[in-house]
Design a protein around this ligand. Structure first.
Ligand SMILES: Cc1cc2nc3c(=O)[nH]c(=O)nc-3n(C[C@H](O)[C@H](O)[C@H](O)COP(=O)(O)OP(=O)(O)OC[C@H]3O[C@@H](n4cnc5c(N)ncnc54)[C@H](O)[C@@H]3O)c2cc1C
Length: 572
């Protein structure tokens, strides 16, 4: 019989949100809680290390920035779908997080006078992106990891993949996880947990995400009965490098880069005359796609036509100091040195605005379970997230949920009871079915088809027919998945099994994106429909919530919390 593992508090995910939650819980509990951090990848390989451009915060009110301005930029950027109470709380908390990281040793880039530097980012009226060159996430992760070394009551489970959450009658009880190293399944029980498993858009083929960011964070809670909110809003970042899709950070435009079509024009003047390249991402991505679709792009490999991101006028010194990673990546993966030549770029799947439904404290619909970071939907980003607001969200809500969950665990002496039958069912599903079948469907073929479907039907411009066809295809692929056989039968470090479990998660997340998108008959933020080109505040100024039922996904709608700003026409 496999062992049952108990910890007072479990944090799933070791990105910025998970590590920030762990630090907060360790501080709050003063050594009184036994805390575990579980991560599918090695702790510091979480996708957060890829964050490049910066983290938003109001640091210089005496120079013209303010909480209200940051909140307004976020709400307008969200196309008025953000909950304004969550936004206000977030902007107020953020500066504390920047200074806290500073005190823990974060090497923020500096102004000449030694104070923390900030730069411009799309949709922000004030330059409030706090950064460490173009490796901000990497240094934030290192700093939080460093702080965690102080505590001896935090146990790490690197390369353990959670496959199931145990939720019964609205109460979180524990989870099942695969020890990837030796291929054994284990049941964990805890008094409380923080779900910080990240998002991931690997269900698209052209994406900025690490290979491991496969949407487990959405699919696992969804299968356990929790609601997913606003999943139809997928952010396409304007500048994915051709051909690999690696992110060319918005910092490149923040530092003054231009977008140029094949006529040599800075075409953003037609679409956002004031903000130009620094309009919000949904607007810039649509502008780029319009240029490409109307023949003013450059021909790229495999139909990946593109436009140019020109940094040459910034000069060698600035590029080397502020954008060293961008330069390295462009040289290595596209053979282009941005000091001398423009970078080929195209909009790329980058971020899910939606996620697990939570309240303003990050509490999920299950008692004892909180969710933080990219995986949740506090409704901060609405229909379109502003750059640099995500790492910020991870820091603020990592801290809030870490504290809430730790306090809850300290107030409860007893562990919940969870039936060992859950573990047996999971063993049957994974070892008997997926691994046990001698032959069956090929999971990688399913993944290829899923990606082609998402790229075609749920990309920047959407319409009823394509989306209906796309959803039909996703359902067919889900059915096929029922007969998948994992070819590699070895228990030790079986990446074939891990990929297969991830593909199942991608299918579930894709289905929720699809049903949400089909039912939202308007254009708002990142959800742009050619058959409903206008925003429809009368019918769709609401959040989509999708729950799983035996009859398939069930959609309900919830009101948006509007405190200060009613929707107006969104122009930049
Ligand atoms: C290339 C890139 C650049 C970006 N740049 C910026 C930027 O400059 N500024 C900004 O604000 N935002 C940026 N973002 C967005 C931002 O970095 C992310 O939204 C944020 O870092 C996510 O952090 P997280 O802690 O929620 O999740 P992640 O960092 O994605 O971590 C998820 C964690 O969950 C674990 N996990 C997942 N599934 C399982 C499972 N089944 N079992 C166990 N563990 C699991 C993983 O192992 C990992 O530890 C960028 C994103 C990308 C992709």
């Amino acid at each position: 019989m496999a062992e049952v593992i108990r910890h007072d508090l479990i944090i799933v995910g070791s990105g910025i949100a998970g590590l920030r939650a762990a630090v907060e819980a360790a501080l709050v509990s003063k050594g009184k809680l036994d805390i575990a951090v579980i991560s599918k990848v090695q702790i510091n390989r979480s996708h957060s290390v890829c964050a490049e451009g910066g983290t938003a915060a109001v640091l210089y009110p005496n120079e013209g920035d303010s909480f209200l301005l940051h909140a307004w930029d976020t709400v307008k950027g969200s196309d008025f779908l953000a909950d304004q109470d969550a936004v206000m709380r977030f902007v107020r908390e953020m500066p504390k997080q920047i200074y806290q990281l500073e005190h823990w040793g974060m090497p923020w880039s500096r102004r000449e006078d030694g104070r923390i530097a900030q730069r411009r980012f799309g949709g922000h009226t004030f330059p409030r992106a706090t950064f460490a060159a173009d490796k901000t996430g990497f240094f934030e992760m290192q700093t939080l990891w460093g702080v965690l070394q102080r505590f001896d009551n935090v146990t790490f489970y690197p390369e353990w993949m959670v496959t199931k959450l145990i939720i019964e009658d609205g109460r979180y009880k524990g989870l099942i996880a695969l020890d990837i190293y030796n291929g054994t399944l284990h049941m964990f029980i805890s008094k409380a947990a923080v779900w910080a498993a990240g998002g991931g858009m690997r269900m698209y083929s052209f994406t900025t995400y690490s290979l491991t960011a496969t949407g487990d964070g959405f699919a696992i809670p969804y299968k356990a009965g929790l609601g997913l909110k606003d999943m139809e809003f997928v952010q396409f970042h304007p500048t994915g490098l051709i051909p690999p899709g690696i992110l060319i950070s918005e910092a490149a435009r923040g530092e003054g880069g231009y977008l140029i079509n094949n006529k040599g024009e800075r075409f953003m003047k037609k679409y956002a005359p004031e903000r130009m390249e620094l309009a919000p991402r949904d607007i810039v991505s649509r502008a780029m796609m319009t240029e490409i679709l109307e023949g003013r792009g450059f021909e790229g490999p495999n139909g990946l036509n593109y436009v140019h991101l020109d940094l040459t006028h910034l000069g060698k010194e600035k590029i080397l100091e502020r954008l060293p990673l961008i330069r390295e990546v462009s040289i290595k993966y596209a053979g282009v040195d941005p000091i001398h030549d423009p970078i080929p770029v195209r909009p790329v799947a980058h971020y899910p605005m939606g996620g697990v439904k939570v309240d303003i404290n990050g509490a999920t619909e299950a008692v004892g379970l909180w969710a933080a970071g990219e995986v949740n939907s506090i409704s901060l980003h609405g229909a379109n997230r502003l750059g640099t607001n995500s790492t910020a969200d991870c820091l603020v809500y990592g801290a809030i949920t870490g504290r809430e969950a730790a306090l809850y665990a300290m107030e409860h002496d007893d562990f919940p009871e969870a039936d060992i039958e859950y573990l047996k069912q999971e063993e049957k599903r994974i070892f008997d079915n997926l691994m046990g079948r001698e032959s069956g469907e090929d999971a990688y073929h399913i993944r290829r088809e899923l990606r082609a479907t998402m790229d075609k039907s749920f990309y920047i411009y959407r319409n009823e027919n394509d989306m209906k066809e796309g959803l039909k295809k996703i359902l067919e692929l889900k059915e096929k998945f029922e007969k998948v056989a994992v070819g590699d039968k070895d228990p030790i470090y079986n990446s074939d099994l891990v990929y297969t479990l991830e593909i199942e998660n991608m299918l579930d997340a894709a289905e929720v994106i699809a049903v949400g998108a089909l039912n939202r008959k308007e254009s708002r933020g990142a959800h742009a429909r050619t058959d409903y080109p206008e925003r429809d505040d009368k019918n769709f100024l609401v959040h989509t919530v999708v729950h799983r039922t035996v009859d398939g996904p069930k959609i309900t709608y919830e009101p948006v919390k509007i405190l200060f700003w009613k929707p107006i026409v969104r122009k930049y």
